[in-house]
Design a protein around this ligand. Structure first.
Ligand code: ZN
Length: 446
């Protein structure tokens, strides 16, 4: 399927034979381990504690055997500059996770790190259809959150016209789209829906009245059903981008026009999948936690960093039909910490979303509410009906059907209520809150 999307930002590196990529990884892995040991107090101490010298480590397997990991807690305990491998004055830009669950984790970058981030983000943007002729609107926040700047550094490397609108002010976002002829935008997934709602309130149909036909989305877990809805609302082909602050931000990997997994940039990251409970490495097609080793980071290298994101390496042919050779991973299905446990049963919020979005009369907004009644865990799922308001009896019939469908998937029967369109709270800036767990008195979404 050759079309204008099948072009590259860096053809040579994006189509390098797998054997050559593996050789680059091996060489860079040994270099980054030595560099981290020599320059980071944290890594010197951690490796010394295990009696490991970088020169004795032949491959990642030696670190697997030693159960060596870096965790988010290590980053928090080292806050703010304990993980640095360069003098502080070499750091030119910094980002932070939201920190709603405690001390934030930081992403720290030298000038070279920013160029590398721009390179991977540009490859991902071009994979999503961005060209130098586009007007590209950035709707994630340009601030401590790494989302906005990742798209910015990438778009600078591509050389398009950038509209750095940043987060919020939805009416103004739509006005900019109309005034500047925006052809592509980047967003947190749920914001693509919010923008379409605001456009509708302004009497504008995003699919017909704007020039936006391309979109790149990240930061939230989303199902195929959600993608279908975004694509209908905006008349576009949505692309998935992956990344997180501690590595850089968006750009670590991206799905191509085949839409069957995300190519992750192997010349920058060595990626493993491990059992989240035991830490044991898993093989292709086995679902587990993604673990990243940065192969080129100067300011804050990370060795075997546990991402808490659940995915799997696809057992796909060495070269994708899009021409890229970098290994593909399944779209992120869940975060380890988002798993809900209800009376001994475990489930992911995305399993609920998949069932809800099969119903064409239901809108994309929903809320999973977990609470305790008489010492028993209960789950209530509220989901909005679409524009046409359903009658009382239709609503209760549909709610009953959904409760049964969810029972089959979750193995317990939740309460389901169908609520009016636009009645659930919306998030203007940041990630949607779809799970409210009263048992913990906190939201599970960071
Ligand atoms: Zn591909």
């Amino acid at each position: 399927m050759m079309n204008e999307r099948n072009h590259y930002h860096n053809e040579k590196m994006e189509t390098l034979p797998q054997r050559e990529l593996a050789a680059i990884q091996e060489k860079r892995f040994r270099e980054i381990l030595q560099y981290s040991y020599d320059n980071s107090v944290f890594y010197k101490k951690s490796l010394d504690r295990l009696g490991l010298k970088p020169e004795d480590v032949r491959s990642i397997r030696d670190l697997q055997d030693a159960k060596f990991f870096t965790t988010k807690d290590d980053l928090r305990l080292s806050y703010p500059f304990g993980m640095l491998a360069v003098p502080r004055e070499k750091v030119v830009e910094m980002h932070a996770t939201s920190g709603t669950t405690g001390t934030p984790a930081l992403g720290l970058h030298t000038e070279k790190d920013l160029r590398d981030w721009g390179e991977v983000a540009a490859r991902s943007l071009v994979m999503s259809g961005l060209t130098s002729k586009d007007v590209f609107q950035i709707t994630p926040s340009l601030g401590m959150f790494s989302g906005g700047f990742g798209f910015y550094h990438g778009a600078r490397a591509v050389g398009c016209t950038i509209v750095p609108a940043s987060a919020g002010f939805s009416k103004r976002q739509i006005q900019f789209m109309l005034d500047f002829g925006t052809t592509m935008f980047s967003a947190i997934v749920s914001y693509a829906f919010r923008l379409a709602e605001v456009a509708a309130e302004m009497g504008i149909d995003p699919a017909k009245d704007t020039k936006v036909r391309k979109g790149i989305f990240g930061s939230e877990i989303w199902t195929k059903g959600m993608k279908q809805k975004v694509s209908e609302l905006w008349d576009m082909e949505p692309f998935d981008v992956y990344g997180f602050t501690e590595l850089c931000g968006p750009g670590v990997g991206n799905d191509c026009s085949m839409h069957d997994g995300l190519h992750m940039w192997q010349d920058y990251y060595l990626i493993e999948v491990v059992d989240p409970k035991t830490g044991e490495p898993l093989g292709a097609e086995e679902e587990g936690e993604l673990v990243f080793t940065t192969l080129t980071k100067e300011a804050m290298p990370l060795i075997r960093y546990r991402s808490r994101d659940v995915s799997k390496l696809l057992d796909s042919p060495p070269a994708c039909e899009c021409g890229r050779t970098h290994r593909k991973y399944r779209e992120i299905r869940a975060r380890v910490d988002d798993m809900l446990k209800i009376s001994g049963v475990n489930f992911w919020p995305s399993e609920v979303e998949t069932v809800l979005l099969k119903e064409k009369d239901l809108g994309p907004e929903y809320r999973i509410h977990v609470y305790t009644e008489n010492s028993v865990d209960r789950v209530r799922i509220s989901v909005e009906s679409r524009q046409k308001v359903l009658g009382e009896s239709e609503r209760s019939k549909l709610a009953g059907k959904l409760a049964n469908d969810l029972h089959d998937v979750l193995l317990f029967k939740p309460e389901v209520e169908i609520v009016a369109p636009n009645s659930l709270p919306r998030v203007e800036v940041g990630k949607a809150v779809r799970v409210v767990d009263e048992r913990k008195k906190t939201s599970l979404q960071p």
